[in-house]
Design a protein around this ligand. Structure first.
Ligand code: HEM
Length: 148
């Protein structure tokens, strides 16, 4: 008598859970493409389009860029995409090379925490940076800030 063996993964069971490894794989390629544009745009703007190139980069230059919403969003996109890309890439390396489960777990937790902390701090810096804070000691602020 002929017997039919059920497929090990029925389409319904496969549909139920998200395949995070697949989305991680796609994220590495998609973020890589966007990062090429963001990183080369960043280098072009800072080093080639700016008169004086690298010698013109100082506190005032960065303060001016971070006062512009276009560059704020450019920098934040670069920060988030690169940190998640880098941390996920390092997670892949840990999975490939660390065989002790406890050590692998600890390293992946450290990767997650360092990326999360840097993303939060970096985003706060970009959106709250004020080169001339009101009420600050005039001897501590940049020379271009208006004297109170
Ligand atoms: C120019 C922009 C970038 C492009 C086009 C790019 C592209 C890629 C791609 C396609 C992979 C997957 C490789 C694989 O699965 O075999 C990858 C892996 C990785 N990327 Fe990037 N990346 C870029 C920027 C960055 C940056 C800025 C960082 C660091 C913050 C970074 C860190 C990593 C790491 C750690 C891996 C894992 C390496 C491995 O699996 O051996 N990448 N990158």
């Amino acid at each position: 008598m002929a017997m039919t063996v059920e497929a090990p993964r029925s389409p319904i069971a496969a549909r139920k859970s998200t395949n995070w490894e697949k989305w991680g794989w796609i994220y590495m390629r998609a973020s890589g493409v966007v990062l090429v544009v963001l990183i080369f745009g960043h280098l072009f703007s800072n080093l080639i389009a700016t008169p004086g190139g690298v010698h013109a980069i100082d506190f005032g230059f960065v303060g001016g860029k971070l006062a512009n919403p276009f560059w704020q969003w450019w920098d934040v996109a670069m920060l988030w995409l690169a940190l998640i890309h880098g941390a996920n890439g390092m997670r892949t390396i840990v999975n490939d090379y660390i065989s002790r489960p406890g050590l692998a777990k600890g390293l992946k937790l450290a990767l997650f925490l360092s990326a999360a902390i840097l993303i939060i701090l970096g985003t706060l810096v970009v959106f709250t940076f004020d080169p001339c804070p009101a009420g600050a000691d005039p001897s501590l602020v940049a020379s271009f800030c208006p004297v109170p």
